[in-house]
Write a protein that binds this ligand. Structure first.
Ligand code: BGC
Length: 753
C-alpha cells in the first residue's frame, strides 16, 4: 500500500497533461539534452520552451562548494561557504526524527538558497562492514532506524522546493572496486534489510529523486538494473520520481536507456559523449532503441521540475531559500549535542565541574582538527568549524589553564585528496563502454602502458604508506613524552583522538578497525599515568578499543558539523546531558564481524552477502558475540527506570505497547526507549530480535514519562520468497523494551492470532 505523507502533485491530472503537452513540443535533440549532464552538476536548459537547467549539488553534510562547469576545480569565490551539518551517522545517533526533519529543512533551505534544485542526500545505505569508507555518510545498520530518520529528513529538505536524492540505490556496501563489484544478495535479505529504508524514502518521504548506485547488484549495474529499477522501484513501489545515475554509474547505452533510469550524470567534461547523449541519439536514429524510452525519462524529469515549481504557473511561488542563518546554526548545534554518545562513565567522572578544573590537559590531534573539507563528495566549504579544543576554551574562558598537546603525529593529507580527486575517480574501471579507460582484455600498447602506470602507482602508494608509518613512529617518541608530561601535571586530562577523512573517505575502505597514528599505544601509556583520563573520539566509523576495560570514561562523537566543539564542551562540562545512542554496533575487534568471516570486500569481481540478514546486531545476537558497545547503547548523566509494561491488541488490529520511564537521577535528560520484537518459536530462520519502534522522551528528575508505541502486523512479518511478499506467522512473540539492544528492561509476550 502506498502511503504518501507529503503534499504532492502525484495523480494530479492537470500537471500530467501539461507534461504531455510539453513533451510533444520537444525535439529529439532537446529531449536528449534533458536526460544527460551539460555540466558536472547540471543539465542544459531548453530556453525555447522555458525549461530551465536542473542543478544538483552534493551532499549530506551541507551544500558543496561551486565547481567550474567542466572541471573538478572549485571556482574559489567567497560566496559559497555554508552551514556544515552533522553527518548522517551523527544524525541517526540522535534517534530523533523531529530533529531529522529540522536538519533536512536546513539542508533544503541552504540548497535552495544556493540556487540548487536537487541536493544529493541523504545517504542511507545499510552499514554492513565497519570498514566501509563511506559509513560516516550513512545512518545505521538497521533498516527501521534508517527509515525513521531518512523520511523526516527528506520531508524537511523538500519543504523548500528542493528535491532530495536519496542514495545509493542499492547495496552499495563497499567502496573497494565500487564501480565493478557484483554484490550478490538473496531476495529475502534485499526485502528485509537493504530495501526497506529506500522504500520508506520514496513512499513515505516521497523523495522526488533517487540515485542509482555504482555497484553491480545480482549481475547488472544498479543504473542499468531492470529488476531493481523497473520492477522493484517503479512497479512494486509505484515510484514516479526521477532516477539519477551516480556520477559515471552508467556503462552501457542500450541497457540504461531501456530501464527507467532518467538522468545520466558523470565526472567527465565530454558531455556530448555521455551514453545518454550522442550514443543514445544515434541508436535511436538507427532504430536500435525506441524513442519512447527517452520520452518516459523526460516525463519523469518534467514531473520533478513541476514538483519543484521550476516550470509552469507555480514558478513565482517557488521558495527562495537562504544560507548561513543563525537558525541553521542553532539546529546544527542542537543536533550535534544530541548526537554525541557517552559510551562509558564508570566512576561518573563526567560531567566535569568547570569551577574545579584549574589546569586541563587536552591531548590528541582531533582536538584541533578541522574535518569539513574532506571525505570525498561530502566535503564542505564550511562557514566555520569549531573543533573540540576551541569549544572547550571558549566555554572555560581565561581562568582555566588549558594545555594542548597533539600527542601523536598525523602526516600531511595524502595526494589522493587533491581538490580534483573526483576527476580521476573512474580510472580504475575495467571492461566498460567508457572509452578511455583501460580494459583487461585490451592488449594495445596504450592500454598496457596505462595498466603498468596504474600498477606502479599502487606500488608507490604502498611504499609511501610504509614510509609514513616509520615517520609517525619516529615523531611520536617526542610527542608521546610531551603529552604524558602534560597529563601528569593537570587536574583533568581529556584525550581527543579518532579518525579523519584519510580513513573515513569515499573511494576506499579502511584496512583495519584499529586506530591510526599509534593512538592505541599512546592511550595505553596515558592510562598508566592517568587512569582517570577521559578518552574521547571524533570519527566516522567504529574503532577497536583494546584498552577499553582500563578506561573509566569514553565519549564518542561522529563528524558532528560546524558546532562539534561547542556541543562537545557542553557535554563535557554538563551544560548538556548526553542522549545519543549508537545506530551501529561497535565490535570489540574486527575478527568478530560478519565481514571478517564472509569476506569483507569483493575485489574485481563479486561479493556474496552470505550472511543474509545477519548484519550488525542481528549477527552478534545470533553468534552470541559480545560487542564492545552494542547497537542502541548510550549513557546519560542521569538514570532511568522502566516499569508498567502493557501490551494491548487494538480493535484495528494494531498492538499498543506502553510503559513508563522515570528519571531517577538528578539531572534532566532524554532517554530513547527501544522496542525489539523477538519471535519465540519461529517457523523459519529469523533474527533473534529486531528493532521495530522507539521513542525519545525528555524527562526532568523525579518525573515519569509514559511511552506508547504501536506495532502493526508488518512488524511481526518476514519476507516469504514463495509468495514474494511479507507474511506474519501466528504465534508468540516477545516484546522487549530496552535502553539498548543488550540492556532489556521490560519483557512481555504477544500472541499474534
Ligand atoms: C558519489 C555520489 C556523489 C556524486 C557527485 C559520486 O562519486 O558516489 O555520492 O553524489 O559523486 O559528486
Amino acid at each position: 500500500m502506498r502511503r504518501i505523507l507529503v503534499k504532492d502533485i502525484r495523480n494530479d491530472k492537470k500537471v500530467e497533461s501539461q507534461i504531455l503537452k510539453l513533451l510533444k513540443k520537444l525535439t529529439l535533440d532537446e529531449k536528449i539534452a534533458m536526460i544527460h549532464a551539460a555540466g558536472l552538476f547540471k543539465t542544459a536548459p531548453i530556453d525555447r520552451l522555458d525549461i530551465p537547467a536542473l542543478i544538483c549539488s552534493d551532499g549530506p553534510m551541507g551544500v558543496r562548494c561551486e565547481f567550474h562547469n567542466s572541471r573538478w576545480i572549485p571556482t574559489g569565490n567567497n560566496d559559497d561557504n555554508v552551514t556544515y551539518m552533522p553527518s548522517n551517522s551523527a544524525l541517526a545517533s540522535t534517534w530523533n526524527p523531529e530533529l531529522a526533519k529540522r536538519s533536512g529543512h536546513v539542508l533544503g533551505e541552504e540548497a535552495r538558497g544556493r540556487g540548487k534544485d536537487v541536493i544529493l542526500a541523504p545517504g542511507i545505505n545499510i552499514k554492513r562492514s565497519p570498514l566501509c569508507g563511506r559509513n560516516f555518510e550513512y545512518m545505521s545498520e538497521d533498516p527501521k532506524l534508517t527509515a525513521s530518520i531518512a523520511v523526516p529528513f527528506i520531508k524537511g529538505i523538500q519543504e523548500n522546493d528542493v528535491a532530495a536524492c536519496v542514495k545509493h540505490f542499492a547495496c552499495n556496501v563497499q567502496e573497494t572496486d565500487r564501480h565493478m563489484v557484483d554484490t550478490i544478495v538473496d531476495e529475502r535479505t534485499l526485502y528485509e534489510l537493504y530495501f526497506p529504508a529506500f522504500k520508506a524514502a520514496v513512499q513515505e518521504g516521497a523523495s522526488y529523486s533517487i540515485m542509482g548506485a555504482y555497484n553491480v547488484l545480482n549481475g547488472a549495474h544498479c543504473c542499468e538494473n531492470k529488476a531493481l529499477l523497473d520492477f522493484v522501484l517503479r512497479e512494486e513501489w509505484g515510484y514516479d520520481g526521477a532516477v539519477i545515475s551516480d556520477w559515471g554509474g552508467i556503462h552501457k547505452t542500450k541497457e540504461a536507456a531501456e530501464v527507467t533510469m532518467d538522468l545520466e550524470m558523470s565526472i567527465f567534461p565530454d558531455f556530448d559523449n555521455y551514453m545518454f547523449a550522442n550514443p543514445l541519439k544515434e541508436a535511436i536514429e538507427k532504430g536500435e532503441i525506441s524513442e519512447s524510452c527517452v520520452d518516459s525519462k523526460v516525463r519523469n524529469i518534467l514531473r520533478l521540475m513541476f514538483r519543484l515549481k521550476m516550470i509552469g504557473k507555480q514558478k513565482d511561488k517557488r521558495k527562495a531559500g537562504t544560507y548561513n542563518t543563525p537558525e541553521h546554526r542553532d539546529i546544527v548545534l542542537h543536533t550535534a549535542e544530541e548526537s554525541m554518545i557517552l559510551l562509558k562513565n564508570e566512576k561518573n567522572k563526567l560531567p566535569l565541574d568547570r569551577k574545579k578544573v584549574k589546569k586541563l590537559a587536552v591531548i590528541g590531534q582531533n582536538a584541533a582538527k578541522i574535518h569539513s573539507d574532506g571525505g570525498g563528495s561530502a566535503e564542505i566549504k564550511a562557514l566555520y568549524e569549531i573543533a573540540p579544543l576551541m569549544g572547550i576554551k571558549t566555554l572555560l574562558g581565561g581562568n582555566t589553564e588549558v594545555i594542548y598537546e597533539p600527542g601523536y603525529y598525523v602526516p600531511e593529507k595524502r595526494k589522493t585528496f587533491d581538490h580534483n580527486w573526483q576527476e580521476k575517480s573512474l580510472d580504475e574501471i575495467e571492461g566498460t563502454d567508457i572509452g578511455f579507460l583501460f580494459r583487461q582484455e585490451d592488449t594495445s600498447p596504450e592500454a598496457l602502458a596505462r595498466a603498468e602506470a596504474f600498477r606502479k602507482e599502487e606500488e608507490e602508494k604502498a611504499a609511501q604508506k610504509e614510509k609514513e608509518k616509520q615517520l609517525i613512529h619516529e615523531k611520536n617518541i617526542v610527542l608521546f613524552e610531551q603529552a604524558l608530561n602534560a597529563a601528569k601535571e593537570a587536574d583533568e586530562v581529556i584525550f581527543i583522538g579518532g579518525l579523519d577523512h584519510n580513513y573515513d573517505c569515499e573511494g576506499s575502505d579502511r584496512e583495519s578497525m584499529k586506530l591510526p597514528y599509534e593512538q592505541d599505544l599512546l592511550i595505553e601509556e596515558l592510562l598508566k599515568v592517568r587512569k582517570d583520563a577521559i578518552i574521547t573520539f571524533v570519527a566516522g566509523s567504529p574503532v577497536e578499543m583494546p584498552w577499553r576495560d582500563k578506561a573509566e570514561t569514553i565519549l564518542w562523537s561522529y563528524y558532528a558539523g560546524m558546532e562539534t566543539g561547542n556541543a562537545f564542551a557542553k557535554i563535557i562540562f554538563g551544560e548538556i546531558n548526553p542522549s545519543g545512542k549508537l545506530a551501529e554496533t561497535f565490535p570489540a575487534k574486527y575478527e568478530d564481524c560478519v565481514t571478517a568471516k564472509n569476506g569483507q570486500f569483493g575485489i574485481r569481481g563479486r561479493i556474496t552477502l552470505e550472511e543474509g540478514l545477519y548484519c550488525g546486531y542481528r549477527y552478534f545476537d545470533k553468534e552470541n558475540i559480545l560487542p564492545a558497545f552494542c547497537f542502541g547503547h548510550g549513557l546519560s548523566y542521569t538514570k532511568y527506570e522502566y516499569s508498567n509494561l502493557s501490551i494491548k491488541q487494538e480493535k484495528n488490529g494494531k498492538v499498543k505497547v506502553s510503559f513508563n520511564v522515570k528519571n531517577i537521577g538528578k539531572m534532566a535528560g532524554a532517554e530513547t526507549a527501544q522496542l525489539y520484537v523477538a519471535p519465540i518459536a519461529p517457523k523459519i530462520d529469523r533474527p533473534v530480535k529486531e528493532l521495530k519502534a522507539y521513542k525519545k522522551v525528555r524527562i526532568t528528575p523525579g518525573r515519569s514519562g509514559k511511552i506508547t508505541l504501536t506495532l502493526s502486523r508488518q512488524d511481526f512479518s518476514y519476507f516469504d520468497t514463495d509468495i514474494h511478499g511479507f507474511t506474519a506467522d501466528v504465534g508468540d512473540y516477545e516484546i522487549l523494551i530496552g535502553a539498548s539492544s543488550d540492556d532489556i528492561r521490560l519483557k512481555g509476550v504477544y500472541t499474534l492470532a
